[in-house]
Design a protein around this ligand. Sequence first.
Ligand SMILES: [Zn+2]
Length: 561
Amino acid sequence: MKYIAYCRKSREEKDKQILSIQAQIAELKEYAKREHLEITEFIEEEKTAKIPGREKFAEVLKKIEKGQASGIIAWHPDRLARNSIDGGKIIYLLDTGKLKDLKFPTSWFENTPQGKFMLNIAFGQSKYYVDNLSENVKRGLRQKLRIGVYPGKAPFGYINNPKTRGIDVEPEKLKAIKKAFELFAEGNKTFTDIAIFLHKFGLRRKNQKPLHINEIRRILANRFYVGIMEYNGEYYEGTHKVIISKELFQQVQRQLEFKDRHKKRRYNFAFMGLMKCGECGATITAESHKKFYKGTNRTVEYVYYRCTKKIKPCNQPYISEPELEQQFRKAINNVALSETWANDWCKWLEEDEKLDIISIHENIEKLEQELRALDEKLNKLLDGYLDGVIESEVYKTKKNEVFEQKLKITEELEQIKQNGSSWLEPFRNFIGSALLCAKIARAKNTSEEIAFFGKTVGSNFFLTNRQLAVSYRKGFAELCAPPPAQSQSRLNFADSLSVGVRGIGPPASRSQTERSTDELHPAFAKASVVRRHRLCRRHAGRPVEVPRVGVEPTSLLGTRS
Ligand SMILES: [Zn+2]
């Protein structure tokens, strides 16, 4: 009887128990010699048998069907088939009599009903092994994620420990990465600068060159460095050691955002995309015109801003960039805070902080209770998912939702524990940036910086008859004391919070301290509103628009990944 020897090993089979193809050939040759079997040819395949569609295997079957051979030799049944379709084909050929015999050095087979039954089980076992393997892998991954260990390749600065199967720190490299975060946060470093810096500490590509700038960007945006693992689109809390603070991470995210915005403006149209037309509501765009002057023999570029008129016909005129920039400076200057006021506010803030300590304990308890409730929710979700009651997509979405809530509360909790109360710090930061407004509005800054800060203080800008109208963000709206003629139109834009508290003046005297701080100064009314809003937000799950300022802590989840 003629036999075809079929040898298979896929590259993904890491199992050392499975022989290489060369070793299988050697084994089969020896086995054939010992058993006096005639092998007509050896057919080798480097594909997995988990899924149907192996070419060489099909070739074997074809040859058997054509009668070129009537037996197959393989090292083990699992070399022949690891899926039910291929296993079925073999059995069918045995049933129809085209295939008369199978030989395995590692296992016994006889072409009888019992033999076929056993073979079926052998194939089935292989399939069971595959199914089990992938199920085990999945289970292992889930378990790792559950205990907070990243199941993938550790990012730079960390290393997978093959013994403990955990994630260890590479102290020198992680320190270098922290330094890189700090350097980047300063704002005047490029991705290339960071790549060169990291290169010195051995963080480099396989070819020893500095890391690609995209890789640097990924590192700087990777939340793994603040303890959050993203896996398969889901978030998990990691237990690996973290040395980069969330504040530093946030600063870096803002720098990345700033760089992005910078990059998009290739032609240096600083204020593009910031304004809408006051007449028709269309976007304001920019264009540049070059003009050649014969007398001085040079070309001068002029930048204009105008309505795109894409919504409907509109009669708005264009405006030149210097004129527009002047108006932006004015808009920023309008909400500038004087140093004396800022100092006074900070003092009052400190007093208010003392009063606030009493309520802090209650707050902490409440937040911790909410955390426990969310944990319970997560567990129930997981149970439902494992029981097959909840579909995978629904589970993912829902889980990320809950996780996000949890993250926000954790952050808030951390902040309260650290700074006393969640509204004080943002408010203090707000005072800082309001103080900055005066400096920014001064002539030294570039139009990009003006535009960036414009977005910090204002949420909407409208251009009507070459006049810029601003709707200030919360907090800044309260600082703005416009002359009566303009106040009406601004009032339309300004948010409801600001009504009744505009036109702030310096306090009459410090002897007023016996009154409640809310009465004392409108800004404190505002601060309490922020405080109340934050409380509401926790219940409604809706974010509140707080001043988006260079130093304001925002949610970790709001940033890029
Ligand atoms: Zn228009």
